[in-house]
Design a protein around this ligand. Structure first.
Ligand code: ADQ
Length: 467
């Protein structure tokens, strides 16, 4: 079934990012991917405007840019505290990234989260025509499908989770776990990035709720849910083009000139504890200590734009990284060399592509990551004749697709990171090319278009997708 047979696609996510904004710096992977998806579909993208209001009115601000209609609402300060900074980013995000030590459980957060989902449902419900297909994105919106059903919405509704799904016993820590999973049975299709996240979800539903699984069909009472692993990709064509743009060439030259013959290792991440940045710095420090003869041949460029600054754990990780980079530079730097260039800003995608291409090593070491698009962008930006090496955490969703070419490491092990850096620096060009080709095949074949087509086909009722 082709996607143009959809009457209209309504995408709902926490934040809406008009396509014209997609080149502007520190956007999350979700925003980048959906901007690409919306270029091809008719329909509408609904979500929070990012603005606050004294009293929630449900007033919708419609905009149209490059063939895409966006519809946004403002939220109250308290909504943002409880729903966004609270339940989404202080409860669910850490827990779903296996950080029960950082997860906070306050009833006010859970209440605010449900309230905002109900407000979204009240607001968007009148915009949904009977033939529309609705696609809801990510952990901010788990109960939205249920809230829409309660308001009489009979449309096909799908849900895609962009972050990992935690193992059953870990999820059991969440006071509202069972309720949250029950809500998910109001969807028709649920997608995850990997089989591992999918299995953990089914495990909870089967063991704790008594659901039954037959192939990709999970049944609980009357409700029948199609579940699938659907790994997200990048807009590979666009990114390859970006890597050949004048801006990318300029960035490439600038980096190579400033490297004065040294090899650059690059890390690009939102400043988030799930990305394993502290562990990465420790691994790099281990390399500096263990291999003094290699030391001055390289430097690490870490680009990490701050995110979620209102949440305390993010303030702490920021302070910790500033301390670590200062300490490592203090201990190892010389008059003409610093081991870490630590930068806290976002860059346009063209420029980023040039920076990736100039790097001999892409260092991607999340402790847990739903997918990780930076790994794929790094691959897409390489020079086919002289590609760099990707060092990738085995705990990133991307590892399932890129394991044939990347050097996989355990990000908790400073030694593995250190050894992988040396292996990458010494890797002969032939091997680099062979590994890169394996990864590039995947990045090109399983790109963002492939991802969204598989999901929307399943949402339109094609039960074979995902098998
Ligand atoms: P994120 O956690 O945001 O996404 P990721 O997939 O790596 O992680 O995407 C980050 C995006 O932001 C990339 O496209 C990257 O280029 C961009 N970016 C990061 N730093 C930047 C900078 N300094 N300047 C410009 N751009 C920058 C969530 C999940 C992931 C999942 C995606 C998509 O956490 O696991 O892959 O959604 O589903």
């Amino acid at each position: 079934m082709e996607c143009h047979s959809l009457s209209r696609l309504i995408i709902i996510s926490n934040r809406v990012s008009a396509p014209t904004d997609s080149n502007s710096g520190a956007q999350g992977g979700l925003a980048v991917a959906l901007a690409a998806a919306l270029r091809e579909y008719k329909g509408m993208w609904f979500g929070w405007s990012g603005e606050t209001t004294d009293h929630f009115t449900g007033h919708i601000n419609f905009q149209r840019a490059q063939g895409v209609t966006t519809a946004t609402v403002d939220l109250e300060e308290q909504d943002i505290d409880e729903y966004y900074n609270g339940y989404a980013n202080r409860t669910l995000w850490p827990l779903f990234h296996y950080r029960i030590d950082l997860a906070e459980y306050e009833r006010g957060f859970a209440g605010g989260y449900q309230r905002v989902n109900d407000r979204f449902a009240d607001t968007v419900r009148p915009l949904i025509d009977p033939d529309d297909v609705v696609w809801i994105q990510d952990y901010h919106m788990f109960p939205l499908g249920s809230s829409l059903r309660a308001r009489g919405c009979k449309n096909r509704i799908g849900f895609f989770l962009h972050i990992p799904w935690p193992p059953r016993r870990l999820l059991g820590v969440l006071p509202e776990a069972a309720e949250l999973v029950r809500h998910l049975f109001d969807y028709d299709v649920i997608g995850f990035h990997t089989e591992e996240w999918l299995e953990s979800f089914c495990d909870y539903a089967i063991v704790e709720l008594g659901a039954t699984l037959d192939g990709h069909t999970l049944t609980l009472g009357e409700r029948v849910l199609h579940v699938m692993a659907d790994p997200i990709g990048i807009d590979a064509t666009e990114f390859i083009e970006a890597s050949h743009s004048p801006t990318a060439r300029l960035a490439f030259r600038r980096m190579r000139d400033s490297a004065v013959g040294r090899d650059m290792i690059v890390g690009v991440d939102r400043l988030d504890y799930s990305k394993g940045l502290e562990e990465r710095f420790l691994g790099y420090e281990r390399f500096l200590k263990t291999y003094p003869e290699e030391r001055k041949e390289v430097f690490l460029l870490q680009i990490a734009p701050p995110s979620r600054g209102a949440v305390e754990s993010y303030q702490k990780i920021r302070a910790a990284l500033e301390g670590m980079s200062g300490r490592i530079n203090g201990a190892f730097a010389d008059v003409d060399w610093v081991p870490i260039r630590y930068v806290n800003q976002g860059y346009p995608r063209d420029q980023l592509a040039g920076i990736y291409r100039a790097a001999r090593i892409g260092l991607v070491t999340p402790l847990r990551d739903g997918m990780n698009l930076v790994a794929k962008e790094y691959v897409a930006a390489q020079d086919p004749e002289d590609p760099g090496v990707l060092i990738l955490s085995r705990f990133a969703g991307a590892a399932t697709q890129l394991q044939g070419g990347a050097i996989l490491i355990n990000p908790y092990s400073a030694e593995e990171i250190s050894d992988a850096i040396v292996q990458a620096l010494k890797m002969p060009r032939d091997e680099r090319i062979t590994r890169w080709r394996t990864m590039m095949d995947n990045v090109v074949n399983e790109d963002v278009v492939w991802w969204r087509k598989r999901f929307t086909q399943a949402l339109m009722g094609d039960a074979k997708v995902g098998e």
